[in-house]
Ligand binder design. Structure first.
Ligand SMILES: *[C@@H]1O[C@H](CO)[C@@H](O)[C@H](O)[C@H]1NC(C)=O
Ligand SMILES: *[C@@H]1O[C@H](CO)[C@@H](O)[C@H](O)[C@H]1NC(C)=O
Ligand SMILES: *[C@@H]1O[C@H](CO)[C@@H](O)[C@H](O)[C@H]1NC(C)=O
Ligand SMILES: *[C@@H]1O[C@H](CO)[C@@H](O)[C@H](O)[C@H]1NC(C)=O
Ligand SMILES: *[C@@H]1O[C@H](CO)[C@@H](O)[C@H](O)[C@H]1NC(C)=O
Length: 363
């Protein structure tokens, strides 16, 4: 006996089988007919490199020419958004045109960061009577004959906000999460203090973020000779490649790369750009400034409370301490940076490949 219901089920099952078979048949006959050519393309793309071609290529590399180009591009400071950066873009454009490449210069207007006008960013030590007893050098020493030393921008950390903060200092080693954890375990409260972190191990932007998360009201970044030279080897620049005591590492302290006004999006002219206020919420909220180890010497050697763990000791010639400025001194950061829209330039040339040469990627 078959009820209308079970007949319905039989029909559905039969239809399903039919649909399945139809799918299998369709799939079988719609296989690519160019099996051979796609196989060949795959082999071509996957083939081993031809060592002979590499040798041929090497013969044509002129190291003297590389030397010249690198020298030309670095003769003057080429900070993003400055006229010199545009000149460098034009230099590369001309070079590529001469080499027969079809090149173009594309302008992007992006949010960049600079020390403000005539202000000199400062890190200073004050005694209890409010007298300034030490301040960092405003600019690095000119150690070699430079073409345009006046074009060198003073040390700064891009996108650090402006700010005037004052307080006790705390040495936070590399400023990693585990470094702050160790301080907490030792009962040292970073909150309300200015963190002094050495460069190295992690990205500087994360050091500032961790300091901020731990309540610090400012950050001073310095390069310790332990991380930028080899103890006992005296070949400091210009006598060698080690960082001299006056050398300061610059760099941004943001966690998202690229144009800060279009975080995560292409920085086209028609991209949405939030207000200045909204943008600043995505940037660090505490001021940060970089110094060299000649200046860091005065700050670090003024700390007298709590000898550091062995792996926190750098290469300066005294025992490092964690916090507590001698004689109740205070350290002050006086930072004036500004974020401004400036044009930057990409130089783009395309070399068509032999395989899929017609494929163009859109900008
Ligand atoms: C953005 O606009 C400028 C003119 O203000 C133009 O020169 C440039 O090519 C544009 N950039 C892009 C990526 O379209
Ligand atoms: C810097 O100072 C000079 C002279 O005091 C002045 O002419 C110039 O406008 C100032 N620049 C800025 C950006 O404030
Ligand atoms: C750290 O110091 C801040 C203010 O200076 C205070 O609010 C906080 O309670 C302190 N934290 C600890 C764990 O002592
Ligand atoms: C330690 O280094 C400083 C700065 O380079 C120098 O002035 C001082 O004489 C050194 N002290 C010792 C004990 O070597
Ligand atoms: C530093 O401050 C402490 C506590 O406020 C005080 O007892 C001490 O006398 C001060 N020392 C100096 C050198 O001012």
């Amino acid at each position: 006996m078959s009820s209308p219901n079970s007949r319905k089920i039989v029909v559905i099952v039969l239809l399903s089988i039919f649909a399945y078979l139809l799918g299998v048949i369709t799939g079988y006959f719609s296989r690519p007919v160019h099996k051979d050519s796609s196989q060949k393309l795959l082999e071509k793309l996957n083939r081993d490199g031809d060592w002979h071609l590499f040798e041929q290529f090497k013969e044509h590399v002129d190291t003297g020419y590389i030397d010249k180009v690198v020298r030309d591009l670095t003769r003057r400071p080429g900070l993003a958004g400055t006229p010199q950066q545009k000149q460098n873009a034009e230099y590369i454009f001309d070079l590529w045109q001469q080499e027969g490449l079809k090149a173009e210069i594309v302008q992007y207007n992006v949010l960049l960061s600079y020390p403000k006008g005539n202000h000199t960013n400062k890190v200073s030590l004050y005694d209890t009577s409010g007298r300034e007893i030490f301040t960092i050098k405003p600019q690095e020493k000119v150690l070699v004959d430079e073409e345009a030393p006046e074009e060198v921008v003073q040390p700064f950390n891009a996108y650090s906000p402006s700010g005037l903060v004052k307080g006790d200092l705390v040495y936070v080693n590399y400023g990693r999460a585990e470094d702050f954890e160790r301080l907490k375990e030792a009962g040292i409260n970073v909150s309300g203090k200015i963190a002094l972190a050495r460069y190295g191990k992690i990205f500087r932007g994360n050091k500032v973020k961790f300091a901020e998360d731990n309540g610090a009201k400012g950050v001073i970044l310095y390069s310790d000779p332990a991380d930028y030279s080899i103890p006992g080897d005296e070949r400091y620049f210009p006598g060698g490649m080690w960082l001299p005591g006056s050398g300061v590492q610059r760099g941004n302290v943001v966690l998202v790369k690229g144009d800060q006004s279009t975080q995560g999006y292409p920085s086209t002219n028609y991209s949405y750009r939030p207000s200045e206020e909204e943008i600043s919420k995505q940037l660090p909220s505490i001021p940060c400034h970089p110094i060299g180890y000649d200046d860091a010497y005065f700050l670090l050697s003024s700390l007298v409370s709590g000898e550091v763990w062995q792996d926190w000791q750098g290469s300066l010639n005294f025992t490092y301490h964690l916090t507590g400025l001698v004689d109740n001194r205070t350290v002050q950061l006086d930072i004036q940076n500004e974020n401004v829209y400036r044009p930057i330039y990409n130089v783009i040339a395309k070399i068509s490949g032999a395989i899929e040469a017609g494929t163009q990627t859109k900008r």
